[in-house]
Design a protein around this ligand. Sequence first.
Ligand code: HEM
Length: 505
Amino acid sequence: MVDELTGRTATTFLVGIVFLVSLSVWSRKRNSQLRAIPTVGFSDPILSYLSFLRFNIDGVRMLKEGYEKTKPGLFKIATLWTWMVSPTSPELIEVVRKAPDNVLCRRRPTEEFIQTDYTLDFLDKHDHYHGHVILSKLTRITSATFEDIREELVLALEDNIPTTGKEWVEVPALEMMQRVICRVTNRVFVGAPLCRNRDYQALNLNFAINVMKFATVLRLFPDFLKPLVTRTISNLPSQFRREMEFIRPMYEERLAKMEELGDEKWDDGPNDMLMWLMNESKGVEKSLEGVARRMLGVNFAAIHTTSSTMTQVLYRLLANPEYVEPLRREVEAVVAEYGWTTDGMDKLHKIDSFVRETQRLDGLGIVVLVRMALRPFTFPNGITIPAGTLVAAPLSAIHTDEEVYTNPDEFDGFRFARLRESSEGPVASKHQAGVTSPAHLSFGYGRHACPGRFFAATELKIILARIVTAYDLKLEEGKEIPHDLCIASSRIPREASVLFRKRQN
Ligand code: HEM
């Protein structure tokens, strides 16, 4: 028995050694091709794994170090299987932005991270038409849709912040924002009353969490086992079925009407995401199942991103309460002149700036424009990276570069409002929330920049405007805002209780 155990331990040990040696040989090879690029942490094939571990908890500092030492060049940091190469100048970022997808691919890193083949394969692989729908339809919010958003927001905040009289109520900020944003967003995706259905909201909120959990488990398995693991434990198919049941009545009614109209245009037809997807989808994607999956996918992209950002905005406001009064005054002056309208939203420069500044310093990730080289790629400085290398812009370092921003580490809520007022024409609009550039990358940059960014910016602004004008808010005595949780390249706000009451002055 003891002999058997010793034998088994020795075999495991031997397999481990062989594995590490092969890994080392293999990574030495990949390393040699990138020798010309300075490393943050260890360049040595084996020790570089220590740097990979460090990146998981200390990424912001490592990016800053690489950025400051190598600007305007390139630096690299070890990831588990490959190297991540980071461009540090606007010119190099432009080079990455312009590279075609068959050279620097956007889809491949996401495929690995979300395991899209087994979770959301329909979203990326076969047909990306929802991106066009988001950009062309969701961005152009009509005044009727804007009025719907406002109405839903007022009701959603009342339901989720149950204030009575002058009493303060304690609300978990992140959870509240998730519910509010899920409901408001779905007012535009499926309309009322479905957007108010708690089970429908829970399905859309949990779907994203379940995808991420399942992808984390799947990454532990070799490729050949993934189909089996998916068939055995994935709960995503049952969620697709539930989404189908929720939208079935609307889908079938609309389909019948569309068939009845034939080639004729449905002039006063519904104006929501469900309808846009039904109109734009083709072939199998037009089926109830195709549209239901796509609805879940669009919710996946929209809800947690916006609600985490809005939570960060709220935390910045709590940490800097001196902004509340000037924000209130701005909203009241604008609403008095334009009402709660899209035109009015465009005039909320301070609100806009506060959101953009929060995204500059907080945001949801510390790198962006993440691409994988599918073939060797040569930068203008002559350095070639081999296929399989990751490329990613060091967002957190760029956003805190003193050559780009004055007092870059200071939260200056009206920074972008001042920049906007001191410039004119198209240059002024560069500083608006939702607009991307090599200096402000929270929504990405270039042809793969977030297509939902203008909608997200509108939501964030109207929510902030409503909260400052309708509520007083503070933290409980002695409590502080928790720092965001930074793991590897992701950054998410933690939960905190916030005290709200109806506005008193
Ligand atoms: C504050 C909220 C949001 C943030 C911070 C955010 C951020 C991002 C970022 C950084 C990317 C990747 C860009 C790149 O790879 O270069 C992205 C992609 C994407 N986002 Fe957003 N997003 C937000 C809200 C939304 C909303 C509301 C929607 C939809 C309604 C949406 C839909 C998408 C889609 C479909 C993509 C993939 C685009 C492509 O591959 O071409 N996002 N987003």
